[in-house]
Design a protein around this ligand. Structure first.
Ligand SMILES: Cc1ncc(COP(=O)(O)O)c(C=O)c1O
Length: 389
């Protein structure tokens, strides 16, 4: 009997999603106004310990919305890590601003606070309470750390560094819903935090995002800009150039059903992570995904790091695993190596450059069975041993 391929990460949908979708369709509130949108905002904010949420059409539009709500403007600069999905950098560009690409630390794969500190001390100057990039005289408007793989960055340190410069912080927490930082939820570590509800995330709405935060003015500005900056009332009066960035009630219906399963799904993701760690920890030259002391990662994706140069290259390993019915993938090519960002301002990027091409992500769906995970491990161990005689 041929075995079905084991996917990398597929959504886990069931009767609850169907039931809510049906209610949504029956109500005919399928667009931007509807009770599920509000419910999803509240559920997301509550789950991450924030006061307010604003639902958006994607994580990317959520990031853009968060940045413009924080006041990031054309020609300004935003500090981000280079090791991220390209959407982080794109969101900065959508503001007409440019990213400054920083290194990550080897302990967590998230923005390195030392690199951030050094960059600001060496490459920036302060004037009238604002901070400017020395070489270009452009204002540095914000810092946007990324919670890589669902793992919160070292936020106490990043906040301490940002404070004297008055820099705002937007966290790209796309895959981090359900994570903890020093034992507490992550929704108030930054001024604004953005989650993605894309189909490959731990909980999904098919597509979508939620921006969370505690400041009522900031959050109502985000909501206002996301709804074409239309003033309340019968007439069509708009006081700004806003965006049509709202999530639909249809998407939110699915998202709400998923949110009820968040804890269970994150638990499962952590178990998958632990099983991979146990299976691969004895293998020479195989590194594990990071576990810094400050974070309980949401473990969005799990996998291994190929540290032994005699192992097959990540791409080769992924192709061979595919031949065995296992979907595995390389990790993000860093932003500074992507065509639109080849000339971006940057720090030294030693950790990023040494790391990114060695990372393999392995099947991490919440419905992965024990037998399937054993199959993944068996195939990967066999192929690695062939490359490491
Ligand atoms: C780190 C990071 N930022 C942003 C995004 C963008 O989210 P979306 O796909 O919902 O636009 C993703 C999505 O995968 C991501 O992983």
């Amino acid at each position: 009997m041929t075995q079905l391929p084991i996917p990398l990460a597929i959504p886990n949908l069931g009767e609850e999603e169907k039931e809510r979708l049906e209610r949504c369709i029956t109500s005919s509130f399928v667009s931007y106004i509807g009770p599920f949108v509000t419910e999803l905002e509240e559920m997301t904010a509550k789950a991450c310990g924030a006061r307010f949420g604003v639902a958006t059409s994607s994580g990317t539009t959520g990031l853009h919305l968060a940045l413009i709500s924080m006041g990031v403007k054309k020609e300004e600069l935003v500090l981000i890590p280079s090791l991220t999905f390209i959407a982080t950098a794109n969101a900065v560009k959508h503001c007409g601003a440019d990213p400054i690409l920083l290194d990550v630390d080897a302990e967590s794969w998230t923005m390195d606070p030392i690199c951030l500190d050094n960059f600001l001390k060496e490459e920036a100057y302060q004037k009238q309470g604002r901070i400017f990039h020395r070489q270009t005289n452009r204002r540095i408007a914000a810092i946007m750390p990324v919670y890589v793989l669902g793992l919160p960055a070292n936020m106490d340190k990043i906040r301490d560094i940002a404070k004297p410069y008055g820099l705002s912080i937007v966290a790209d927490g796309a895959a981090a819903l359900g994570a903890k930082y020093k034992g507490r939820p992550i929704g108030d570590l930054a001024d604004l935090t953005v989650f993605s509800f894309n189909g490959n995330k731990t909980v999904t709405a098919g597509g979508g995002g939620v921006v969370v935060g505690n400041d009522p003015d900031l959050m109502s500005q985000a909501r206002h800009l996301s709804t074409t900056a239309r003033l309340s009332g019968l007439e069509y009066i708009h006081d700004d150039i806003g965006y049509n960035y709202r999530m639909t009630n249809l998407q939110a219906a699915v998202g709400c059903a998923q949110m009820e399963k968040l804890e269970r799904f994150v638990e499962k993701k952590r178990t998958i992570n632990q099983i991979y760690d146990e299976a691969f920890s004895g293998i020479k030259g195989v590194g594990l995904f990071p576990k810094p002391r400050w974070a309980d990662s949401a473990c969005w994706m799990s996998g291994i790091v190929l540290e032994n140069p005699s192992f097959p290259a990540v791409i080769t390993l992924c192709q061979k695993l595919k031949g065995e019915g296992v979907e595995a993938k390389p990790f993000w090519r860093p932003v500074h190596m992507q065509r639109p960002y080849l000339k971006s301002i940057r720090s030294a990027l030693h950790v990023t450059e040494n790391l990114w091409s060695k990372i393999v992500t392995l099947p991490s769906s919440t419905q992965l069975t024990q037998a399937e995970q054993e199959r993944v491990i068996g195939s990967a161990v066999k192929l690695l041993k062939e490359g490491n005689p």
